[in-house]
Design a protein around this ligand. Structure first.
Ligand code: PEP
Length: 252
């Protein structure tokens, strides 16, 4: 039985003061057990939020990282730095990184390997554009993205991943994939993981859905057998909404 995971991707929102206030309110909220909760603030707020979350079951993640530990890479942040700031998770290959910052799955693969070496849990994002979906290429695209980002991994490493299926057309648009469509792609991803790493490993990997998840659609999505939680953008910025999604995932 896989424990659901709800991860909040704050993107480029919240100053450190706002992030600290959110973390204090979330820590004080009466969160249900049986659900892993992760928040991913901007880099500037990580250290301060880690301090607030001490002693709380809520965990911390970063939204990106460079694959190297250090070097002359202006503007980048390394796996050592995000570990040092208190992170256990890192989102890799988010579609906004691919769309606006030219990230490729070759680059995502370097980051996934590096994250695992640094004992971080990568949340690896895959998902098709609207054009790809409408031309019936969803499975082909998702399978190429998954193969690219997980190239060279062994089953033991793959078993430490989280995958997020995030159709690009559903991110930040208010359009959600139907629960049936999301289940179909998540199931397809699990079958791909089974082909590459074996059925036992595939059964342990949480596969999330992301794309306009809100308190009112979360329960229906998460009732599906291969949707093991959500990567939440916009709705993770508000403590009330985020907590409602956590409750839906935990079955309350
Ligand atoms: C995301 O940023 O990963 C995301 C799913 O955003 P939203 O929930 O706002 O669609």
């Amino acid at each position: 039985m896989r424990e659901p995971v709800i991860a909040g991707n704050w993107k480029m929102y919240k100053t450190t003061g706002q992030a600290v206030q959110f973390a204090e309110e979330l820590k004080a909220a009466d969160l249900p057990g049986g659900c892993r909760v992760v928040i991913c603030p901007p880099f500037t707020a990580l250290h301060a939020v880690a301090g607030i979350l001490k002693g709380s079951p809520v965990e911390l993640g970063a939204q990106n990282m460079h694959h190297l530990e250090e070097g002359a890479f202006t503007g980048e942040v390394s796996p050592l730095m995000i570990r040092d700031a208190g992170c256990r998770y890192v989102i890799l290959g988010h579609s906004e990184r691919r769309q606006y910052f030219g990230e490729t799955y070759r680059g995502v693969n370097l980051k996934v390997v590096s994250a695992l070496e640094h004992r971080l849990v990568p949340i690896v994002c895959v998902g098709e554009t609207l054009q790809e979906r409408e031309s019936g290429r969803t499975e082909e695209v998702v399978s190429r993205q998954l193969a690219g980002s997980l190239a060279g991994l062994e089953a033991g490493q793959a078993g430490r991943l989280i995958i997020a299926y995030e159709p690009v057309w559903a991110i930040g648009t208010g359009r959600t994939a139907s629960a049936a469509d999301a289940q179909q792609v998540n199931r397809f991803i699990r079958d791909l993981l089974a082909e590459s790493f074996g059925r036992d490993t595939a059964q342990t990997v949480p596969i999330l859905y992301g794309g306009s998840v809100k308190p009112d659609n979360a329960a229906e999505l998460m009732a599906r057998p291969d949707i093991d939680g959500a990567l939440v953008g916009g709705a993770s910025l508000d403590v009330g909404g985020f907590t409602a999604i956590i409750r839906a995932a935990a079955g309350y």
